[in-house]
Design a protein around this ligand. Structure first.
Ligand SMILES: Cc1cc2nc3c(=O)[nH]c(=O)nc-3n(C[C@H](O)[C@H](O)[C@H](O)COP(=O)(O)O)c2cc1C
Length: 306
C-alpha cells in the first residue's frame, strides 16, 4: 500500500489524517482511542486562559446534511489542557496539536505562552469560532489586521513550536487572509472552521432547537466550501494546509490533497461514520494513491492547480 506518511512543520503524521478540534479532543483517553482507530495526529478542544462552561444542551444537532453546533468553547482552561497533554504523552506517541482561543491579542499571547510550556507538537490558533458572538463579537478571523496581530503575538510566545492559524471562510478573501498569516509568521494554515451560524427550528415549540439559537455548520454540507477555501489558500501561500470541513471519505480526502492540502482533518465525520472513519479513510486514500500514475501522495499534492 502507498506510503501516506506526511511531514507538516517537521511533524510526521502517518496517515495524514488529523482529528479536528472539538470532537473527542477533551480527554487524553479519548484522543488515544482516536489514534488507535487510525488518526495520524489529534487536535485538542480549543482552550482559553480560564475554564469555560460553554452553552447549555442541546448544543450539538445532527441533521441530514451535516451538523449544527454551539458548544460555546467549553474547556478546562489552559492549566487543565496542559494536564491533558501530559497525560496523552503517557498514552500515545502520536503528534498532538493544541488549539487556543482568547478575547484579545494580548490574551492570545498569554494562552500561547502557557500552552507552549506543555510542549504540544503544533499550536493551532482558533480565530474563527462563529458560536460565541454574544461574548466576543464577530470572529477575529474576518479581520486582516486582527488576525495578523494575533499571529505575531502567538508566534512570539510559542518559541520553537510551530503555529497553525485556523481560518474562517467568512472573511473578504481566505486566500489573502492566509497570505497575511504567512507574512505574520504562521507556519501552517488550518482551513476551515464551521460556517454560519445557521439555525434549525422545532415545529412543536416553534423555537430554535439549539439552546444558543444558532450554531456553526459542519459536515457534508460544507465540503464544497472547504475545498474551494483550501484551493484558494494554496494559490496564495506556500504554507502547509490542514484541510478540514465535511471530509468523511477517501474520495473527499483525495480532492483536498489535489486542491493543495498536506493533511486532512476530520470532525463531524467521526459522528457520521464512527471513530473508525480514520482507518477507513486511510485505506480509501491509499487505494486512490495506488491507482494514480504518480503513486505518491507528495506528487499529487496541489495537482489540481495544473
Ligand atoms: C461539536 C463541535 C465542536 C467544535 N469545537 C471546535 C473548537 O473548540 N475549536 C475549533 O477550532 N473548532 C471547533 N470545531 C470545528 C471543527 O474543528 C471543524 O473545523 C469543523 O467542524 C469543520 O470540519 P468537519 O466538517 O469535519 O466537522 C467544532 C466542531 C464541532 C462539530
Amino acid at each position: 500500500m502507498a506510503n501516506l506518511a506526511t511531514k507538516v512543520c517537521g511533524v510526521t503524521m502517518d496517515p495524514p489524517l488529523v482529528l479536528a478540534s472539538g470532537i473527542l479532543g477533551v480527554s487524553a483517553a479519548s484522543m488515544a482511542r482516536v489514534v488507535r482507530c487510525g488518526a495520524g495526529a489529534v487536535t485538542m478542544k480549543s482552550c482559553s486562559l480560564e475554564p469555560r462552561a460553554g452553552h447549555k444542551n442541546p448544543c450539538v444537532l445532527p441533521f441530514e446534511h451535516g451538523m449544527l453546533n454551539a458548544v460555546g468553547l467549553s474547556n478546562p482552561g489552559v492549566a487543565g489542557a496542559s494536564k491533558v497533554i501530559a497525560e496523552f504523552r503517557t498514552l500515545s506517541r502520536a503528534p498532538l496539536i493544541a488549539s487556543i482561543f482568547a478575547g484579545s491579542v494580548q490574551e492570545f499571547g498569554r494562552v500561547a505562552e502557557r500552552i507552549a510550556e506543555a510542549r504540544p507538537d503544533i499550536i493551532e490558533v482558533n480565530v474563527s469560532c462563529p458560536n460565541v458572538h454574544s461574548e466576543f463579537g464577530a470572529p477575529f478571523g474576518g479581520d486582516f489586521d486582527a488576525t495578523a496581530a494575533i499571529t505575531r503575538a502567538v508566534k512570539d510566545a510559542a518559541g520553537a513550536i510551530p503555529v497553525a492559524v485556523k481560518l474562517t471562510l467568512q472573511c473578504p478573501s481566505i486566500g489573502r487572509m492566509a497570505k497575511v498569516c504567512e507574512d505574520s509568521g504562521a507556519d501552517a494554515i488550518t482551513a476551515i472552521n464551521t460556517v454560519g451560524p445557521g439555525m434549525l427550528l422545532d415545529l412543536a415549540t416553534r423555537r430554535p432547537i439549539l439552546s444558543n439559537g444558532v450554531g456553526g455548520l459542519s459536515g457534508g454540507a460544507i465540503f464544497p466550501l472547504a475545498l474551494r477555501a483550501v484551493f484558494e489558500v494554496r494559490r496564495h501561500t506556500g504554507l502547509p494546509i490542514i484541510a478540514t470541513g465535511g471530509i468523511a471519505t477517501g474520495d473527499q480526502a483525495a480532492q483536498m490533497i489535489l486542491a493543495g492540502a498536506s493533511v486532512v482533518g476530520i470532525g463531524t465525520g467521526v459522528y457520521t461514520r464512527g471513530v473508525t472513519v480514520f482507518e477507513e479513510v486511510a485505506r480509501e486514500l491509499g487505494d486512490w494513491v495506488d491507482s494514480t500514475p504518480e503513486r505518491s501522495l507528495e506528487a499529487l499534492t496541489g495537482a489540481a492547480h495544473g
